[in-house]
Design a protein around this ligand. Structure first.
Ligand code: HEM
Length: 201
């Protein structure tokens, strides 16, 4: 029980918190994205100060914003796998027992897979050429992929909706947009320092 508890809190809390911080950083740096997102939130919530389950599916642009944040700043930057037998990987014979690293972060920023990879462009996921199979995997893929991914997306949408609906964010100037790896996750190096005021609605 204790082990399961630690897994769920370790795997579920910090990852989602870091996704939220990275999202606010990107919104702060991209006012046109913030405006479009706020318009969507206002249109869907129509002044309600709570989010219903049915609202979540209507937030198409918010889904794109979160997906783009997960591409450019995945909270889990890489995975490791122990090879149970020898394998041929891209022409290299890798012996049994080797630890293989899957670079989630590196693939997300590779221009072979994503055009202008350094650009924060949520709409790239609506274009076929920017939706490569197997190169985008912030929750991993296959049998051991993240068990909490649907929950994480719903939770993040609810939190971002409420924050953006109610508050104005302005990033504190001159903060670093770098990230650091701590324990298992990538997080913003300097957090996400913002001036926050109530929004007039
Ligand atoms: C943005 C949020 C999240 C991200 C980016 C994320 C990412 C990942 C990734 C990449 C893995 C695969 C790790 C590996 O195979 O080495 C994973 C596994 C896992 N995640 Fe998440 N996760 C998130 C949120 C959550 C939440 C909210 C929960 C639980 C409520 C959760 C529970 C788990 C568990 C239990 C596993 C292990 C699954 C297994 O081994 O079968 N995660 N997650």
């Amino acid at each position: 029980m204790v082990d399961e508890f630690v897994t769920f809190f370790g795997a579920g809390q910090e990852t989602t918190a870091n996704l939220l911080s990275f999202t606010l950083l990107h919104l702060g740096r991209n006012p046109q994205v913030m405006k479009k997102l706020r318009d969507e939130i206002d249109t869907v919530l129509k002044g309600r100060n709570y989010v219903e389950y049915s609202d979540v599916g209507k937030m198409k642009y918010l889904t794109l914003v979160l997906k783009e944040t997960l591409r450019i700043n995945p909270p889990v930057g890489h995975l490791h796998r122990l090879l149970p037998h020898e394998m041929d990987i891209c022409g290299y014979k890798v012996p049994k027992g080797s630890v293989v690293m899957v670079p989630i972060y590196g693939m997300g920023r590779n221009e072979k897979h994503f055009k202008n990879p350094e650009k924060f462009d949520p709409e790239r996921f609506t274009r076929d050429e920017d939706s490569p199979l197997f190169a985008y995997m912030p929750f991993s893929l296959g049998a051991r992929s993240c068990i909490g991914q649907t929950f994480a997306m719903i939770e993040s949408k609810v939190v971002i909706c409420k924050l953006i609906q109610q508050l104005e964010f302005q990033l504190v100037p001159n903060q670093s947009f770098e990230f650091v790896e701590e324990t298992l996750t990538f997080k913003p190096k300097d957090g996400c320092k913002s001036y926050i005021t109530m929004r007039n609605i």
